[in-house]
Write a protein that binds this ligand. Sequence first.
Ligand SMILES: Nc1ncnc2c1ncn2[C@@H]1O[C@H](COP(=O)(O)OP(=O)(O)OP(=O)(O)O)[C@@H](O)[C@H]1O
Length: 296
Amino acid sequence: MTRPVLTIENLSVDYLVDPPVHAVKDVSLTLRRGEVLGLAGESGCGKSTLAYGIVRLLKPPAMITSGRAVFHSPEGHDIDWGDLGPEDLRAARWDKISMVFQGAMNSLNPVISIRDQFEDIFRTHRPALRRRERRDRCGDLLERVGVDRARLNSYPHELSGGMRQRVMIAMAMALEPQIMIMDEPTTALDVVVQREILREISRLRGELGFAVVFITHDLPLLLEISDRIAVMRQGEIVELGDALDLYTDPRHDYTRQLLASFPSLTGERGSFVRGALDDRLLALDAIDAGAAKETS
Ligand SMILES: Nc1ncnc2c1ncn2[C@@H]1O[C@H](COP(=O)(O)OP(=O)(O)OP(=O)(O)O)[C@@H](O)[C@H]1O
């Protein structure tokens, strides 16, 4: 197997309130280069705490009580996120691992143009870039996520919610990080826009090869877009497997319960998701049948 891009070892996070909340308990997992890893589980199971913990964005009363997250660079260096000082952490966050959080579109500065917010990233992290090059890159990035480059002159309030979220995704890609962590990045958007954006993320992942940790409680959506899925319950990963295996042959009772809680996956009437999964299964069946024919 190829070297992973991120290794999380025995990560635990508590909220030091009374009584303390053990939000993440001894989580270990590896993220493969270029994969989409879905993180599923009901509200409050610790998904966001784990995501913030990986990139050390937690604030008190949260405390990492054990474990570490190690980033493996393509050049073969290992970077333990916990060893970085505040400055290095800030730099590494955009450069190595970037994040798009729920409602991120509202974190754009309302009084600064999209161009200036974009350019700021390059000015800070790529100071050697010439002005012309910086401007071209900002325009290219916007177009990559399906927004006209003329929008660089706009202010956030002049864009729809979907466009602002696309801008945030473009910004997260600006420095070509190896990993993008997306915590409910499209939940606030309507379903059609949500699908368009997800399709875009899939395409870009194919083009640029970054890995994605995708967090949502929407299991049907995860089944559709993930290579592997980790199921989280009460702070622990109870099952981790290939998305298709998880759907067809769930091992853990809780995974079965979670699947059963989505009528679109189990009900009589097939949904888009089931259709997509069934297509994948049919395709696999066809491959198996072909292989069987060749060997017979
Ligand atoms: N600031 C806080 N103080 C105390 N407890 C907290 C705090 N933030 C989160 N928690 C608790 O930590 C646990 C994990 O919360 P977390 O937000 O990580 O779950 P989640 O799976 O991301 O939920 P959601 O899908 O609703 O975002 C929950 O029990 C939550 O109540």
